[in-house]
Design a protein around this ligand. Structure first.
Ligand SMILES: Nc1ncnc2c1ncn2[C@@H]1O[C@H](COP(=O)(O)OP(=O)(O)OP(=O)(O)O)[C@@H](O)[C@H]1O
Ligand SMILES: [Mg+2]
Length: 243
């Protein structure tokens, strides 16, 4: 059984932009899923549906085969299991210090202070930013902010971690280190789902790919099948790996 699935999702933004049209997908435990597609394809909109930030106008979302609940308790339980790192870290970080920011989620879970502190420290060292703990998030570099935002999600120890363009804007080595960190998280039991414009990285790092265009899924499957197929990739406005 898949860990998480969506059936027939549709979403129209206020103002009438149809951003998701009949989207079906499954997230399988331990299989890294890369979501690719051109700007405006609906990738971010999709991720916002997968942790309950946006509510679909049609369709269902199922965790372990059970429809998710939209009441307060349902959303809390859902977000405890499915974490989201936003495309723009400035939208995610808000506390006066990195430490407080990362501790916000675990504190809201009602964990004892010692457990919160242990989780925060673990997340900060996993993201290699323990030295930034007392800094103000808005005074960090782009890549440091990205790491702080990911640390906040990691401290929740989610079963599924959704990352919206995690390596965009990072230098090559930082991107590589981030992927190694994500790999370590996966080894600890977190299933990774991410969007990216980096087709080569998705090919190397992900197991499965989902191609998106104009709010619809145009292809899905193992990265070796999807990302190397020029005709399929072209339908999503993308260049195939090696092209
Ligand atoms: N808050 C909003 N209000 C109205 N329309 C929106 C809003 N956010 C996104 N859209 C529209 O929804 C569509 C999908 O946008 P989305 O941000 O999901 O694309 P994306 O695939 O993540 O693109 P990118 O690669 O640029 O991040 C676009 O047509 C966009 O203009
Ligand atoms: Mg986006």
């Amino acid at each position: 059984m898949s860990l998480f699935s969506a059936e027939g999702l549709a979403y129209v933004y206020p103002g009438g932009v149809p951003a998701l049209i009949d989207v079906d997908l499954t997230i399988e435990q331990g299989r890294r899923l890369a979501i690719l597609g051109p700007n405006g394809a609906g990738k971010t909109t999709l991720l916002l549906h997968l942790n309950g930030t946006l509510r679909p106008s049609a369709g269902r979302l199922l965790l372990d085969g059970t429809p998710v609940g939209w009441d307060r308790a349902g959303l809390l339980a859902w977000r405890r299991r499915v974490g989201l790192v936003l495309q723009d870290a400035d939208d995610q970080l808000f506390a006066p210090t990195v430490f407080e920011d990362v501790s916000f989620g675990p504190m809201n879970l009602g964990l004892p202070p010692a457990e919160v502190e242990a989780r925060v420290n673990e997340a900060l060292s996993a993201l290699d930013i323990a030295d930034l703990s007392a800094r103000a998030p808005h005074m960090l570099s782009f890549g440091q902010k990205k790491r702080a935002a990911i640390a906040g999600a990691v401290a929740m120890r989610p079963e599924i971690l959704l990352l919206d363009e995690p390596t965009a804007g990072l230098d090559t080595r930082s991107a590589r280190r981030l992927l190694a960190t994500l790999e370590a998280l996966e080894a600890a039991g977190t299933t990774l789902v991410f969007t990216t414009h980096d087709v080569a990285m998705a090919h190397r790092f992900a197991h499965d790919a989902l191609l998106f265009a104009d709010g619809r899924i145009v292809a899905r499957g193992p990265v070796g099948d999807v990302l190397t197929d020029a005709a399929t990739m072209d339908r999503a406005g993308l260049d195939a790996v090696g092209a």
